[in-house]
Design a protein around this ligand. Structure first.
Ligand SMILES: Nc1ncnc2c1ncn2[C@@H]1O[C@H](COP(=O)(O)OP(=O)(O)OP(=O)(O)O)[C@@H](O)[C@H]1O
Length: 256
C-alpha cells in the first residue's frame, strides 16, 4: 500500500485574463491533515474545484493512492475516493440528517436500480446496512440525536458536521473540507478541531482550506500557502509561520 494518497503536480488554471493557479503541486501522505491557506482570492477554492472535478485545469497531473487519476466529473471523483464539503453548505435541506448521509453511502452499494425497483432481498439488506452505518456516522460527528430532523433545522455548526458525515459515508481515501470553520463560534471551532483530529486518528487523510490560521496551524501536519495563484510556501506549520513571504502575504501589501 502506498503512503502517498494524493500527488498533484503542475496545476495551472486561467480564467480569461486571470491566472488563478500557476504550477501548483502538493503531496499528501496517508493519515495527514494537510492545510491549504492564503489570502482571499489566492486560488484555494479553484484548486479544490480542480482536484474534485468541477474545473478542468489547463495543465497538471494527478495520482490518487499511487494510481493515475483524472478528475473529470464530480461523481467519478467520489467513486475514485475523494469526498468534499463546500464553503457554502450544500445539504439536501428538506431531507432528514440521516437521509443526507444515506445519500452519500449509496455510491458504495451494489444492488443498483433493478434491485431497488424489485426490492430484492439484497437490496433490503443493503438498505438496512446503509441506514445503520449512516446512523453510526451521525453519532461519530456528534449529531446522532438529530437523525430524524430536517437538515435545514440544524444549527450552522451541526450542518457543517452533517456535511462531514455525508462525505465520510463514501469511505473516501481523502476528505477535502472547504472552510469547515466558517461562521462557527469558538466552542464549535474547538469541537470541529477535535472531530478532525479524531478523523486523522482513525487513519483517514484530510485536506482542509481554512481562513482561521490559528486553527490550521494547530491542526495540520503540513501546509501549502497560495498567494495570487502561486505556491509561496510549503512545509510544517512552524516553518510556514516564519516564512517571510507568508507574513508579507497576510500582513503586508494592501491586505487583499
Ligand atoms: N469560475 C470563475 N470564473 C472566473 N474567475 C474565477 C472563477 N472562480 C474563481 N475565479 C477567480 O480566481 C481567483 C481565485 O479565486 P478562489 O475562489 O479560488 O480564491 P480563494 O483563495 O478560494 O478565495 P476565498 O478565500 O476568498 O474563498 C479569484 O480572483 C476569483 O475571482
Amino acid at each position: 500500500m502506498t503512503d502517498t494518497i494524493l500527488d498533484v503536480r503542475g496545476i495551472s488554471k486561467r480564467f480569461g485574463g486571470l491566472q488563478a493557479l500557476s504550477d501548483v503541486g502538493i503531496t499528501i501522505k496517508r493519515g495527514q491533515v494537510y492545510g491549504l491557506i492564503g489570502p482571499n482570492g489566492a486560488g484555494k477554492t479553484t484548486f479544490f474545484n480542480v482536484i474534485t472535478g468541477l474545473y478542468t485545469p489547463d495543465s497538471g497531473s494527478f495520482e490518487l493512492a499511487g494510481k493515475p487519476y483524472q478528475p473529470t466529473a464530480v461523481h467519478e471523483v467520489a467513486k475514485a475516493g475523494i469526498a468534499r464539503t463546500f464553503q457554502n453548505i450544500r445539504l439536501f435541506a428538506d431531507m432528514t440528517a440521516l437521509e443526507n448521509v444515506m445519500v452519500g453511502r449509496h455510491i458504495r452499494t451494489h444492488s443498483g436500480v433493478v434491485g431497488a425497483i424489485l426490492r430484492t432481498g439484497t437490496f433490503k439488506a443493503e438498505e438496512a446496512a446503509i441506514k445503520k452505518r449512516s446512523q453510526e456516522l451521525l453519532d461519530y460527528v456528534g449529531v446522532g440525536k438529530y437523525a430524524d430532523f430536517k437538515a435545514r433545522t440544524l444549527s450552522y455548526g451541526d450542518q457543517r458536521r452533517l456535511e462531514i458525515a455525508r462525505a465520510l459515508a463514501t469511505d473516501p481515501q481523502l476528505i477535502a473540507l472547504d472552510e469547515p470553520a466558517a461562521g462557527m463560534n469558538q466552542t464549535e471551532k474547538l469541537q470541529l478541531r477535535e472531530l478532525i483530529s479524531r478523523i486523522r486518528a482513525d487513519n483517514r487523510t484530510v485536506l482542509i482550506i481554512e481562513h482561521d490560521v490559528k486553527l490550521v496551524m494547530g491542526l495540520c501536519d503540513r501546509l501549502t500557502v497560495l498567494d495570487y495563484g502561486k505556491q509561496i510556501a510549503e512545509g510544517v506549520p512552524a516553518d510556514v509561520q516564519k516564512n517571510e513571504k507568508v507574513i508579507e502575504a497576510y500582513l503586508g501589501t494592501g491586505g487583499h
